[in-house]
Design a protein around this ligand. Structure first.
Ligand code: MG
Length: 316
């Protein structure tokens, strides 16, 4: 029998880098597209398995991500097949832009740009209305054609549930509300993956255990945890997630973005768990991630520099 390396002997956990989308979306300043492409290349080099690159939302809503197609153009040829690249799609117009970008990349370099389509709904009715101008039900109806086109094109599908623990407007969110939305995403949209998002960092280890336990009966979808470190509890929640059987977690390089709902003019509240913190927590619990810490450190340095430059040029 071949000798196993220590990494092969350990169970592995997937680290999904969401900084280029979720991080930059919540930065006031605009990072130039060429700099975003450089950041993504350093993230690719650091051994991450999956990277959420951007959003095909209307540039009127989120100008920071209005360059999704240009970013993919710049990255064409630099996207290894073994890494999964994903992007958010809010509606059919966004899906059409994504398909165009994929066709263009296929013609240019023989590889599609985006492998996974991410849809966004919420467990809180108020958040859904304020964030997407639609009820939860309306978002699910809007996603039906997006989901079927995703499947026709052989792409995989992630469904995010925002406010899966608490909502900035409604407060605590019941587990039942999360389960109801999760069941509809699984049964009606046939998602491959469910991402449980703690939008404002209110999750506790106990709540993570409870949510994951309740969602365990939803078959067919991989469960991912998208944790925020607003109150410094994200690492504890990662450990609770691992104990509950979760093997996929989102992080943002350098904790990019912050939390717009918890920040004040004088102080930026932490947002997504920093990828380095996530990787260290997961590895300390005995799992491998495949991430090269030094290269991730270089990506973090670049992210810090880009955001500092964008902030200094940003109004306010
Ligand atoms: Mg987030």
């Amino acid at each position: 029998m071949a000798r196993m390396t220590p990494e092969e002997a350990q169970p592995s956990v997937r680290i999904v880098e969401v900084g280029p989308r979720d991080g930059l979306q919540n930065e006031a300043g605009r990072v130039p597209t060429a700099d975003k492409a450089d950041l993504v290349r350093t993230l690719i080099a650091s051994g991450l398995q999956e990277i959420e690159l951007s959003s095909f939302v209307s540039p009127r809503w989120i100008p920071q991500l209005g360059d999704a197609a240009e970013l993919l153009d710049m990255l064409a040829g630099d996207m290894p097949a073994e890494i999964t690249f994903s992007a958010l799609v809010p509606n059919m117009q966004g899906m059409e832009r994504l398909l165009e970008a994929n066709e263009k990349a296929m013609r240019a370099v023989g590889r599609r740009a985006i492998d996974k389509v991410c849809l966004f709904t919420a467990a809180s009715e108020t958040f859904s209305k304020k964030n997407t101008n639609a009820t939860i039900d309306e978002t699910l109806v809007r996603f039906e054609p997006v989901a079927s086109v995703t499947r026709e094109h052989g792409l995989s599908l992630r469904g995010y549930i925002s406010c899966a623990f608490a909502c900035p407007f409604e407060g605590a969110i019941a587990t039942d509300a999360v389960v109801r939305v999760a069941e509809r995403l699984a049964n009606e949209l046939k998602i491959d993956e469910l991402s449980i998002a703690d939008t404002i960092g209110r999750a506790t280890p106990e709540a993570v255990q409870e949510r994951i336990g309740a969602l365990g009966s939803i078959t067919g979808a991989t469960i991912n945890l998208h944790l925020h470190d607003t109150f410094g509890r994200a690492a504890d929640c990662v450990r609770a997630g691992l104990r509950a059987g979760v093997r996929s977690f989102d992080g943002a390089i350098g904790g990019l973005g912050g939390c717009p709902y918890a920040s004040t003019p004088g102080k930026r509240a932490p947002g997504n768990i920093a990828t380095a913190t996530l990787v260290q927590t997961v590895e300390d619990e005995g799992f491998s991630t495949g991430v090269d810490h030094a290269k991730l450190g270089a990506a973090r340095q670049l992210a810090d520099d880009l955001v500092a430059r964008a902030r200094s040029g940003a109004p306010g």
